[in-house]
Design a protein around this ligand. Structure first.
Ligand code: ADP
Length: 279
């Protein structure tokens, strides 16, 4: 089991009062599983994502990564955990003026010491340049290695973010809307590329998605959130059309209100709401 969540709740203190962004989630993710996370806006997907990459802590309940309770980890253990997780964000976070090759090389930054970073900035080690080339080849961008990131098309940029995450060689890839902003044919080809790389590379993938059809077609397991809770967690063949329309049906009801409590302050070091929204 790579992730295990037991009754995980996350509460935020917002300007309008307390918000329960996740409410008693219990589920596991097995090693090498590929999971699509669905749900309307505000259902808690981003919050769950940030618990999974350990940039947020649960308010209550237990989240384990590789059998270790995340809340009990030292900062060193947390750093090690984060190195094993590669995150693909919606905004590509590529450096526009750097080449595809240099952007890929940047995927290793998190695992380099300061000395290695300085040394590699001047002259990257052969081991790393070989790895970057292999990653670019894996995503079909070897011939574009000298092109600046901002000269690449949307689909190529998305491939480049995948190359960069492969460079990190993570056990787990968390992808936030990896196929959004691509036309349907491109989304399909990137989905098949990512799923193939994850399965061949023996990695685990959790991806938030808004394209339900794509999720049902490519992912063997679909977890759906609504109002901070899991409404279903099953194979696509067992998900009915009624469940899907209920999932995205009227979400105008205000989020779960809670009595004001003392325990909902975010621990120091977590992003503030403003920073989160500005991302
Ligand atoms: P999604 O990614 O599905 O849109 P989020 O996890 O971003 O959902 O948000 C779930 C709920 O928590 C929403 O009601 C949102 O407004 C609220 N929320 C998210 N982050 C914060 C925060 N840092 N402070 C206060 N409320 C938050």
């Amino acid at each position: 089991m790579i992730y295990s969540l037991k009754d995980v709740t996350k509460k935020y203190q917002s300007r309008n009062g307390p918000v329960r962004a996740l409410d008693g989630l219990t589920f596991d993710v097995r090693r090498f599983e590929t999971v699509a996370l669905l749900g309307p806006s505000g259902s808690g997907k981003t919050t769950l994502f940030r618990l999974l990459n350990a940039t947020l802590r649960p308010t209550s309940g237990k989240l384990s990564f590789d059998q270790r309770d995340v809340s009990a980890m030292s900062s060193r253990e947390l750093r090690q955990m984060r190195k094993r997780i590669g995150t693909i964000y919606q905004q590509h976070q590529l450096v526009p003026s750097l080449s595809a090759f240099e952007n890929t090389l940047c995927g290793s930054l998190g695992s380099w010491s300061l000395l290695e970073t300085l040394r590699n900035a001047a002259r990257p080690a052969k081991r790393d340049t070989d790895k970057a080339m292999a990653a670019l080849e894996a995503v079909g961008l070897a011939d574009k290695r000298h092109a600046r990131a901002d000269e690449l098309s949307g689909g190529q940029q998305q491939r480049l973010t995948i190359a960069r995450v492969l460079m990190q060689d993570p056990d787990v890839i968390l992808a936030d809307e990896p196929f959004a902003s691509l036309d349907p044919a491109l989304a399909e080809s990137i989905a098949s590329l990512l799923l193939g790389l994850v399965q061949n590379g023996k990695r685990t993938l959790v991806a938030t998605m808004h394209d339900v059809e794509l999720a049902l077609r490519y992912f063997p397991r679909v977890v759906a959130l609504r109002y901070a809770r899991i409404v279903f967690d099953r194979a696509p063949s067992d998900v009915s059309r009624e469940e899907l329309s209920a999932l995205y049906g009227d979400v105008s009801k205000p989020n779960v209100d809670l009595p004001l409590e003392q325990d909902i302050q975010e621990p120091p070091g977590e992003y503030s709401y403003k920073q989160h929204r500005a991302r």
